[in-house]
Design a protein around this ligand. Structure first.
Ligand SMILES: *[C@@H]1O[C@H](CO)[C@@H](O)[C@H](O)[C@H]1NC(C)=O
Ligand SMILES: *[C@@H]1O[C@H](CO)[C@@H](O)[C@H](O)[C@H]1NC(C)=O
Ligand SMILES: *[C@@H]1O[C@H](CO)[C@@H](O)[C@H](O)[C@H]1NC(C)=O
Ligand SMILES: *[C@@H]1O[C@H](CO)[C@@H](O)[C@H](O)[C@H]1NC(C)=O
Ligand SMILES: *[C@@H]1O[C@H](CO)[C@@H](O)[C@H](O)[C@H]1NC(C)=O
Length: 945
C-alpha cells in the first residue's frame, strides 16, 4: 500500500524548504517575461517587468492586434509564424540543473473560425497541442510546463501542423528548491490545473506567489465540485508553507465528502502527478479529529489522512496516478473515527512527460556556430530563418539529415546548396564530427576551404559553383572515407591540378561542366515544376536590369524616365479585350521627396510601410507607398507588386505610375484615390458623414469584381526563352473592402497586390508556401488545406458582398458571440429568406428587392465552404451586372412612372449559381413602393411559384 502513494514533505522538511524560500529574495528579478510583438518594456500591475521579443524575432510583419472585449486590460498582441513546416523557438537563458516553470500564453481570437493546430515543445519534449479556438478556454489559453534545465539555455518551440502557429506572451520563472521534480528529474510536468480551492476572485500569482504560479479560482475552471461543499476561511495562521497563505487561507469543506472532477484529459492513459495542499483552518480542531481517505478515480491512494499527523497545521501530499479522459479526486471522511469532514485548500494536477533527449550537444553547438557565422552576411536568408530550436528534433532543419546515435540524434548530412548564401564558408563546419555528406554548391561562398580533421567521416563533398579561392587542402583530399569531391565552377579557385588519387574519387577536377551529374538533372526538373515562380523571378530580374540601365542613363535631373516593357495583358471576354504596352516610370528619390514635400502628409500605414500623399509637377495627385530602409519586411511584397502592376493595366485596378529604388528605399507611386476605401465608406469615418446608397454600392461591387476577373498573357520577347502563359489567373490573396479603393467618380479599383500569386497550373504543386490573407475574409478551405486556388479570392469577395449588403465588418468581437463572424451570422438569415434582417438599416427602403436578392444569392454562393461549389469571378460579374440593370431600371421606373414595358434581361448565357434554390431562395418580395418593372419571364428562376 505504501508504494502506491507518497508523502512528499514531512513537517520538518517543509519547515526547511519554507525557510529557504523565505530567505530567497522574492523580487521578480530572475523572471523572464516576454510580450511578443510589444514595442517597449513595460511593468504590469503585479510588478512584473515585460520585455519585447525583438531580440528573438526582429520582424514585425507578423504581428497582429487581437480585438479584446472593450473593458479587457490584458495583453492584446500576437506574433504568428508563417511557416509551412518546422518550428520557431524562443531560446531562453537558464542555469543548468535548475528547475523552471515556463508559461506560454496564446490569446484567443486570432484563429476565429479556422482550423489551426500546432505543438508546443519544451526543448524537444512535446507538452501540448494548441488547436483552433473551439478548443480554447475563453480569453487566454496558457500552456505551462515545469522542467529541469539541462543546459545554459532552453528552447520553447511552436511546431507547425496546420495554419500559422502564434504566441502572445512567454514567461520563465526559476523554481528554487521546489518539490516538483525532486523525484522526476528526467520528466517535464505539464500543468493541467492549479486550483486555490476557496478562491473567489482573480487568479493569485506574483507577488503573493514567489514562483509566480497562478492559482485559479475553481469557478473559472471546467471542473465539477460536489455542490454542497461549504467554504471555510481563516486568517489565524502564519505557518510556513510552499503555497502562498493567500491561497491556503480559504478552502472547501464538507461534513462527509469532497469531490473534484476534471474532464477532458487526454483520451489515452497518461501519468499524472497530483499535489494536494492542506491547512487546518479551525484551530479548535485537534489531531485525529479530521481524518479522511483520499481517492483518485475511485482508487484509494491515501488511507486515514490527518493533516495534523506531523504536528503541524499544514501538510502536503503527492499522488502519482495513471488516468485517461477524466480525473476524480474524492476525499471521504472516515466514518466513526473522525468528527469533522474533509477539507482541501489547494491542489495541482500535472501531466508527466518523459524528457526527450535532444541532438548531441557538440553537434548543436557546432551547427549553432555555423548558423551564426552565416547569419552575419545572410540576415534575411529564409533557410537560416527556418533554423530554429533543436537542429534534428522533432524534424531536422531544412538541409540537415540526422541519425540516432547512442540515444541522441547526430547530424550526418548538411545540404545547403542553392540557398542564396554568401560570405566565407564557415570553418566550423569541420567540427560536425558525424557529418558524412556536405553540399554547399551553388551559393556565393567566398574565401578558402577550411582544413578538415582526419577523424572526419565525410564521404561526399560538393563545393562547386561558388566563389571560393585558394587550393584544395590536403586534409580534405586525404580523408579516408571520401568518395566524391566536386569543386568546379569556382572562378577564382587555383587552376593547379590537385594531388589526389582520382581512382577512388568521383570528381569534376575543378571544371565547370559536369557530365550527367544528378544535381543538374534535379535542377532541370525543379526548374520545370517551378516555372510559375520562375516567371515571377524573371520579371523581377528584368526590372532590375532595366532599373540599372535607366539609373546609369539618368542624369538624376528629376525628370521622369519612361520605361516600356513588353508585357501585355488581355481580358478573357471579347468585349473588353485590350492590348497595350505599359509605361512605367522610374522616379528619383529627390523627385519623390519634392512631390510629397518630404513625406509631409501620411495617409495610411500597412505591413509594407507608410503611404504619403503627394502632387506631381503636372498637378496629378499621387499616393506614395514607401518601404523604409529599416524595415526588414516587405521586399518580396514590393517586388511582387512592382512586377505585377508593371505588366497589367485595367480600369478596375489601381495602376502603378512608377517606382523608385534608390538608397535602399523602395517606393511605389499610384494615383491618389480621392474617395478612400470601400471599408471607410461602409463602416469607417466616411460612413458616419454620409451613407453610401445602394446603387453606388452595387456598382462598386461590380467594378471590384471586374478588377478581379482579368487574366494575363505575358510575352518576354527579348529573351531566348519565350514564355507565353495564356490566360493565367492572378490570385490576389487579400481581397477585402479596405483594398477596394474609390476614385473621384466612385469607380472601384482593386489595390495592393503585394501578396498576389499566379493561380497554380497543372504541374504546379498546388500547396502554397504560406497562407496569406486577412482574418474574416480568409477562405477556410485555403486556410486548412493551404491549397491556393482562384476560388479563395471568390470566398473573400463573397464576404465583401455581405459587407456591402449589411454594412457590417467581417469580424467584430464586440458583438455577441454568435455575431462575431459576418459570414456565420448572415448565412442562417439568408437560408431562411430573412433578408431584411441582414440589410444595412441605413439603406432600408432604398433598394430594389430583386437586385438585392441577386447580390445576396451571389454572396451566398461565394462563401460556400467547399471551393468547388463556388462560382468563378466571371459568373459573379454577370450576376452583378444583372443586379445593377435591375436596380437602375427600377430607379428609372421610379423616376418616370410611365411603364417601361417588357424589359428583358439580355444575357441569355446567364450563369446560374450553384445552390439549391428550392431550399434557399425565398419568394422575391418586391418592395411595395417599388413595383418590379421586369417581366416575369426574365425572373423565372426566382419566381415563387
Ligand atoms: C528593457 O529591459 C531590458 C531587460 O530588463 C533591458 O536590458 C533594456 O535595456 C530595457 N530597454 C529599455 C528601452 O528600457
Ligand atoms: C495595434 O495596436 C497599437 C496600439 O496598441 C497601434 O499603435 C497599432 O497601430 C496597431 N496595429 C495594427 C496593425 O492595427
Ligand atoms: C466587461 O464587460 C463584460 C460584458 O460587457 C462584463 O460581463 C464584465 O463584468 C466586464 N468586466 C469588467 C472587469 O468590468
Ligand atoms: C508511467 O510512468 C512509468 C514510469 O514512471 C512508465 O513505466 C509508464 O509507462 C508510464 N505510463 C504511461 C501510461 O505513460
Ligand atoms: C471550529 O470548530 C468548532 C468545533 O470544534 C466549531 O464550533 C466552530 O464553528 C468551527 N469554526 C469555524 C470557523 O468553522
Amino acid at each position: 500500500m505504501m508504494g502506491v502513494y507518497n508523502w512528499i514533505v514531512s513537517g520538518a522538511e517543509c519547515f526547511i524548504v519554507c525557510l529557504l524560500i523565505l530567505i530567497q529574495p522574492t523580487c521578480a528579478g530572475d523572471f523572464v517575461s516576454i510580450n511578443c510583438c510589444a514595442a517597449l518594456n513595460s511593468t504590469d500591475k503585479n510588478n512584473i517587468s515585460w520585455i519585447p521579443d525583438y531580440g528573438w524575432f526582429p520582424n514585425d510583419a507578423n504581428c497582429q492586434n487581437i480585438t479584446r472585449a472593450a473593458n479587457h486590460t490584458g495583453y492584446d498582441k500576437i506574433r504568428f509564424f508563417q511557416i509551412d513546416s518546422g518550428k520557431r523557438c524562443y531560446n531562453l537563458p537558464t542555469n543548468k540543473d535548475q528547475d523552471y516553470l515556463i508559461r506560454g500564453t496564446f490569446l484567443y481570437g486570432y484563429s476565429v473560425g479556422f482550423s489551426l493546430s500546432f505543438d508546443v515543445l519544451i526543448g524537444v519534449t512535446r507538452i501540448s497541442t494548441v488547436k483552433s479556438f473551439e478548443d480554447l478556454k475563453a480569453e487566454d489559453l496558457k500552456v505551462e510546463g515545469i522542467f529541469r534545465a539541462t543546459n545554459q539555455h532552453m528552447d520553447f518551440c511552436l511546431v507547425h501542423d496546420k495554419g500559422s502557429p502564434y504566441i502572445s506572451q512567454l514567461e520563465l520563472r526559476p523554481l528554487e528548491d521546489s518539490v516538483y521534480l525532486q523525484r522526476k528529474a528526467t520528466t517535464v510536468l505539464k500543468l493541467v490545473s492549479r486550483i486555490g480551492v476557496g478562491n473567489a476572485g482573480d487568479g493569485i500569482r506574483h507577488p503573493d506567489d514567489h514562483f509566480d504560479r497562478i492559482w485559479e479560482n475553481p469557478n473559472n475552471e471546467r471542473i465539477f465540485i460536489s455542490p454542497d461543499s461549504t467554504p471555510a476561511r481563516s486568517i489565524i495562521f502564519n505557518a510556513s508553507t510552499t503555497v502562498p497563505l493567500k491561497v491556503l487561507k480559504t478552502a472547501l469543506t464538507h461534513q462527509d465528502r469532497l469531490e473534484f472532477v476534471h474532464n477532458s484529459l487526454n483520451a489515452e492513459d497518461h501519468n499524472y502527478t497530483l499535489f494536494l495542499y492542506f491547512l487546518e483552518l479551525n484551530s479548535t480542531i485537534s489531531p485525529r479529529q479530521r481524518v479522511f481517505n483520499i481517492y483518485v478515480n475511485n482508487e484509494l491512494h491515501h488511507k486515514e489522512f490527518d493533516i495534523q499527523a506531523n504536528g503541524s497545521y499544514y501538510n502536503e501530499v503527492e499522488l502519482n496516478v495513471i488516468a485517461k479522459e477524466s480525473l476524480n479526486l474524492t476525499l471521504i471522511k472516515v466514518k466513526n473515527r473522525s468528527v469533522f469532514g474533509p477539507i482541501l485548500n489547494a491542489y495541482e494536477i500535472l501531466q508527466v512527460y518523459p524528457w526527450v533527449q535532444g541532438t548531441n550537444q557538440q553537434d548543436v553547438d557546432t551547427i549553432e556556430m555555423v548558423k551564426n557565422k552565416l547569419l552575419l552576411l545572410n540576415k534575411e536568408n529564409l533557410v537560416l530563418q527556418s533554423w530554429s530550436g533543436d537542429p534534428c528534433s522533432p524534424l531536422p532543419w531544412k538541409g540537415l539529415t540526422c541519425q540516432q546515435m547512442n540515444g541522441s540524434p547526430v547530424i550526418i548530412r548538411l545540404n545547403i546548396s542553392s540557398s542564396n548564401l554568401r560570405g566565407p564558408l564557415p570553418a566550423n563546419i569541420t567540427g560536425l564530427t558525424n557529418l558524412m555528406q556536405l553540399n554547399v554548391s551553388h551559393n556565393d561562398f567566398t574565401g578558402k576551404i577550411p582544413e578538415f580533421p582526419s577523424s572526419s567521416k565525410l564521404t561526399s563533398v560538393d563545393l562547386s559553383s561558388n566563389d571560393l579561392v585558394g587550393f584544395l587542402p590536403n586534409s580534405l583530399t586525404s580523408l579516408p572515407n571520401l568518395t566524391s569531391l566536386y569543386y568546379g565552377c569556382n572562378a577564382h579557385f587555383s587552376k593547379e591540378s590537385p594531388s589526389f588519387n582520382s581512382s577512388r574519387l568521383a570528381t569534376d577536377y575543378g571544371a565547370c561542366e559536369r557530365q550527367g551529374s544528378t544535381s543538374e538533372i534535379q535542377g532541370i526538373v525543379i526548374g520545370t515544376v517551378a516555372c510559375g515562380s520562375f516567371i515571377l523571378a524573371l520579371g523581377v530580374a528584368l526590372i532590375c536590369i532595366y532599373r540599372q540601365k535607366f539609373l546609369s542613363l539618368a542624369n538624376f535631373d528629376g525628370n521622369r524616365h519612361p520605361m516600356t516593357r513588353n508585357a501585355i495583358f488581355s481580358l478573357p471576354s471579347s468585349d473588353d479585350v485590350d492590348f497595350k504596352s505599359i509605361t512605367i516610370q522610374v522616379f528619383t528619390l529627390e523627385y519623390i521627396e519634392n512631390a510629397t514635400h518630404k513625406y509631409k502628409t501620411l495617409i495610411g500605414e500597412g505591413g509594407f510601410g507608410s503611404v504619403f500623399r503627394g502632387i506631381l509637377p503636372d498637378g496629378q495627385e499621387v499616393a506614395v507607398k514607401v518601404r523604409s530602409s529599416t524595415s526588414i519586411q516587405g521586399t518580396r511584397e514590393f517586388e511582387n507588386e512592382l512586377n505585377l502592376l508593371s505588366s497589367i493595366r485595367h480600369e478596375n485596378l489601381v495602376p502603378l505610375l512608377g517606382y523608385c529604388c534608390e538608397n535602399d528605399q523602395q517606393i511605389l507611386v499610384y494615383p491618389f484615390m480621392s474617395n478612400g476605401s470601400l471599408q471607410d465608406r461602409l463602416n469607417g469615418e466616411a460612413a458616419k458623414r454620409k451613407t453610401l446608397d445602394w446603387p453606388t454600392r452595387l456598382s462598386i461591387a461590380l467594378g471590384a469584381a471586374r478588377g478581379k476577373k482579368f487574366k494575363i498573357i505575358f510575352h518576354y520577347s527579348g529573351l531566348t526563352h519565350l514564355h507565353t502563359f495564356a490566360g493565367r489567373c492572378i490570385i490576389h490573396r487579400d481581397v477585402k473592402s479596405s483594398n477596394i479603393l474609390l476614385d473621384q467618380s466612385m469607380n472601384a479599383k482593386v489595390a495592393d497586390f503585394g501578396f498576389s500569386k499566379y493561380a497554380p497550373q497543372e504541374g504546379d504543386s498546388g500547396a502554397s508556401l504560406e497562407v496569406r490573407g486577412t482574418a474574416g475574409y480568409l477562405d477556410p478551405e485555403y486556410y486548412s488545406t493551404q491549397h491556393l486556388s482562384a476560388k479563395s479570392d471568390v470566398f473573400s469577395f463573397g464576404v465583401v458582398l455581405l459587407e456591402i449588403v449589411s454594412g457590417r465588418e467581417p469580424l467584430n468581437i464586440h458583438r455577441p458571440r454568435n455575431e462575431w463572424s459576418l459570414v456565420e451570422w448572415a448565412k442562417p438569415f439568408i437560408r431562411e429568406s430573412k433578408i431584411d434582417e441582414i440589410v444595412d438599416s441605413s439603406i432600408k427602403g432604398g433598394y430594389h428587392a430583386e437586385a438585392m436578392w441577386r447580390v445576396v444569392e451571389a454572396a451566398l454562393a461565394c462563401i460556400e465552404p467547399f471551393s468547388a461549389y463556388r462560382p468563378c469571378m466571371a459568373d459573379i460579374v454577370r450576376e452583378l451586372e444583372d443586379a445593377l440593370i435591375i436596380e437602375n431600371n427600377a430607379s428609372e421606373y421610379m423616376k418616370s412612372i410611365d411603364s417601361i414595358g417588357g424589359y428583358s434581361l439580355g444575357g441569355s448565357n446567364r450563369f446560374s449559381i450553384v445552390i439549391d434554390k428550392k431550399n434557399v431562395l425565398p419568394p422575391p418580395t418586391p418592395t411595395p413602393t417599388v413595383p418590379s418593372p421586369i417581366n416575369s419571364q426574365a425572373l423565372a428562376p426566382l419566381e415563387p411559384r
